[in-house]
Design a protein around this ligand. Structure first.
Ligand code: GLC
Length: 741
């Protein structure tokens, strides 16, 4: 290579890349393998083994150490006591808050508010940074269409569009404008890919997803955050179509690197590289290390196949040093981008205090906007204190600051929560009697001995507010349920109280959609609060007493029973679609009915084919009317934007937010297309009696999909477009995309 080319090469390399290459050229193979290795911390001290490994340059990252002094000591060893002084990445699962806990991600998704998701992530990043954490393993953007799966709680739900928008918002919140900012940490898109399709909703189970479905449904949120600059990816545990993600070269090289030109680095999941042999994908750890390096998993989380076998694999000629150099460069680049070489140490005085009022205010706003009003018959809500003298507050989740935090809380503490009972007392402020009955020791209890007290208390009250649902341990990783009714004997408690004439308001805290069919007719109102986080109490109390109207919308379908799963709104039409006129319930089938009389459609005999509550659904204390849906054209050309406007009227007497949703249907495609797909949404605040005009602009790419040949294309033809307050919106228009000339 001529001098001129070298100079050109240097000029084309950024300063950062030159630093990386310079450092790389000085590193031994052992030190390179060290950067590719993540160790688990000792949680509050440094074991001699860990200290020795760091000193020997065998550690590139440590996870699960949150004592800032210990973290600073680890950085001191890495920077001042090793040959090259490469600082450490300090990782932690900061999934929905560090000390100030936001609603679980599924709850945040119900807010449909990218601003709040971004603010919540920023709060989490700042608070995590006070402990020296510079890398979080979030956002989790696995498309989740099976509420049996415990990790649906960590996701943004079933829809690729919503998950993409909110996933990008979370990355922006964590990473800020620059990773070097004091309050920024590196984010991690996980779990790449297809983890949400774990068969039967059992965690870690096989995921078989046809490539077309993978590309059109499961990959888009990952592509969106990759394009938004997420610093890292995490490989999934899953066996994806027979090739576990942590050894899946097609996914990690062909898709992530070649097609998406992704520049960050990929970390395995915990021990997921060693598990390649457990899958039966490899013979042993050495082959696992080979397959994972070959696939391009840059860093190994906790297991030690890289440390133990890469040197041999290179000596055997199975791997080449160039592969290792590329992987180490990916890791070093993130460390440079984080500014760790300039300053690897944490000074807590440089950052805001955790749990400060601003952070708590954001957590409350997030909880307020996450709650979904599913039922409100006879306008039982909001509670009118002028007409209420006695309130019964019943249930094990009414005053449990720990359980309201939800799953994936490593550092949040129940003592910092504001629980619902206390918050109700604050709002009522002596204007009515409040009688609390826990009734059950926990949500799984089958002990009905305190029901009598609960029923008596409800009997003498003007309204009964029940706080029921799932403890946080019943969702999250490895916590899947085959029956998603209210656990324990909570349904019986509802039935017992329903025998009184007292109106019942059910507040549900859960990490997933629950099947509420058995009790939905026994209560007057249902407010779904997910696990609402540190400020869940004040938020729910404000909603119950009408300080603000609920505005959340479901990010996931609520099935009538578990037998309907998988159930999601963006399903295919099929050749014999379910329809009301074709639906026959088994109880209505005449005795000895001949085979052909049963009606032939995609339905069950024992359950109506509709969900209990559809995607995008959520009530308000007011009502919204949609009218005057107008398109800029009904004959759209390729690359011509389509402008869509609609008027939304608040016909009630309460100011409130509405989440206006736009759905599309591509009637004919080279592969079958969903009956509806979310393509736009906007949260708007509309005063009582006022009208707002909402505008959306769709581009040709919004009509595109991966076709029969896996090409991302829009195809000419007819489209239907709906706008409304949920996926069953009726206000419709149509247009055609004309042939491209
Ligand atoms: C877990 C999870 C992953 C998490 C990692 C580190 O097993 O699958 O989401 O980030 O290990 O805790």
């Amino acid at each position: 290579m001529s001098l001129n080319n070298v100079q050109h090469l240097h000029q084309s390399f950024s300063e950062e890349e030159q630093k990386v290459q310079q450092l790389l050229s000085a590193m031994t193979l052992s030190e390179k393998i060290g950067q590719m290795s993540q160790f688990s911390g000792n949680e509050g001290f440094i074991s001699p083994d860990l200290a020795e490994a760091v000193k020997a340059g065998k550690v590139g990252s440590v996870l699960n150490e949150v004592d800032v002094n210990v973290v600073n000591q680890l950085q001191h060893i890495a920077v001042n006591e090793t040959r090259l002084g490469i600082p450490l990445l300090i990782g932690r699962d900061v999934i929905h808050g560090f000390k100030t806990i936001m609603p679980i991600p599924l709850g945040q998704a119900a807010s449909w508010s990218k601003d709040l998701v971004k603010q919540g992530a920023k709060v989490a990043a700042i608070e995590a940074k006070t402990r020296g954490i510079n890398w979080t393993f979030a956002p989790m953007i696995d498309i989740s269409r099976d509420p049996r799966w415990g990790r649906i709680a960590e996701s943004f739900g079933e829809d690729p569009f919503l998950s993409s928008v909110l996933g990008v918002a979370m990355v922006q919140g964590f990473q800020g404008n620059s990773l070097k900012d004091k309050g920024s940490i590196a984010a991690c898109a996980k779990h790449f890919a297809g983890y949400g399709a774990s068969e039967s909703g059992r965690d870690y189970n096989t995921a078989n997803i046809p490539e077309n479905e993978l590309r059109n449904v499961y990959l888009p949120p990952f592509k969106a955050v990759a394009d938004a600059g997420v610093a890292t990816f995490m490989a999934s545990f899953s066996d994806l179509n027979g090739v576990p993600a942590s050894g899946n070269e097609w996914l990690m090289k062909q898709v992530l690197r070649k097609e998406w030109q992704y520049q960050g680095f990929v970390v395995s999941d915990w021990d997921s590289i060693r598990q390649l042999s457990v899958h039966g994908f490899t013979q042993d750890d050495k082959q696992s290390a080979y397959e994972a390096v070959n696939a391009g998993i840059d860093m190994e989380m906790v297991s030690s196949t890289y440390q133990n076998h890469i040197e041999d694999l290179i000596a055997d000629g199975k791997l080449i040093i160039a592969q290792i150099n590329t992987m180490v460069a990916n890791i070093l680049t993130v460390k440079f981008k984080l500014g760790l070489f300039e300053n690897p140490f944490t000074n807590q005085d440089d950052l805001p205090k955790v749990l400060n009022q601003q952070h708590l205010a954001i957590a409350k706003q997030s909880a307020l906007q996450s709650c979904v009003l599913l039922k409100n018959s006879a306008n039982t809500l909001p509670i009118n204190l002028n007409k209420t003298n006695s309130i019964a507050v019943i249930g094990p989740l009414a005053n449990d600051g720990y359980e309201q935090l939800g799953t994936w809380i490593f550092d949040g503490e129940g003592k910092d929560s504001k629980n619902c009972l206390d918050a109700i007392k604050d709002v009522v402020n002596g204007d009515a009697e409040i009688h609390f009955e826990q009734a059950l020791s926990n949500t799984r209890s089958k002990d009905t001995q305190y029901f009598t007290n609960a029923v008596a208390t409800a009997e003498k009250s003007d309204v009964a507010i029940l706080f029921l649902g799932e403890e946080s341990i019943l969702s999250g990783e490895a916590h899947c349920r085959s029956n998603i009714d209210l656990p324990g004997c909570q349904e019986q408690l509802i039935e017992a109280i329903a025998k009184t004439n007292t109106p019942i308001i059910l507040v549900v805290m859960a990490g997933r959609p629950l099947t509420l069919t058995n009790i939905i007719d026994k209560v007057d109102s249902v407010l779904y609060a997910w696990h609402p986080g540190t400020m869940g109490g004040p938020a729910i109390a404000d909603l119950l007493f009408g300080k603000q109207s609920p505005s959340g919308k479901l990010p996931v379908t609520f099935p009538r029973n578990v037998g309907q799963i998988p159930m999601y709104y963006a399903h295919k039409h099929t050749g014999k679609p379910a329809s009301q006129d074709m639906y026959v319930h088994m109880d209505d089938i005449p005795q000895r009915a001949p085979q052909t009389s049963l009606g032939m459609a995609a339905t069950h005999l024992d359950t109506h084919f509709s969900p209990l509550f559809p995607f995008g659904f959520g009530l308000s204390y007011t009502h919204f009317k949609y009218q005057n849906l107008l398109l800029s054209t009904d004959k759209l050309k390729f690359n011509q934007p389509l402008k869509v406007t609609v008027e939304v009227l608040n016909t009630g007497d309460i100011d409130a937010d509405e989440i206006v949703q736009l759905y599309l249907r591509d009637l004919v495609g080279s592969v079958t297309r969903p009956v509806k797909e979310l393509k736009g949404f906007e949260r708007v605040h509309i005063k009582a009696g006022e009208t707002k005009t909402v505008t959306f602009t769709l581009d040709t790419k919004d009509l595109a999909f991966f076709d029969r040949n896996m090409r991302f294309n829009a195809e000419p033809g007819e489209f239907l477009l709906w706008i409304g307050g949920n996926c069953e919106a009726q206000l419709m228009a149509s247009f055609s995309l004309e042939e491209e000339h």
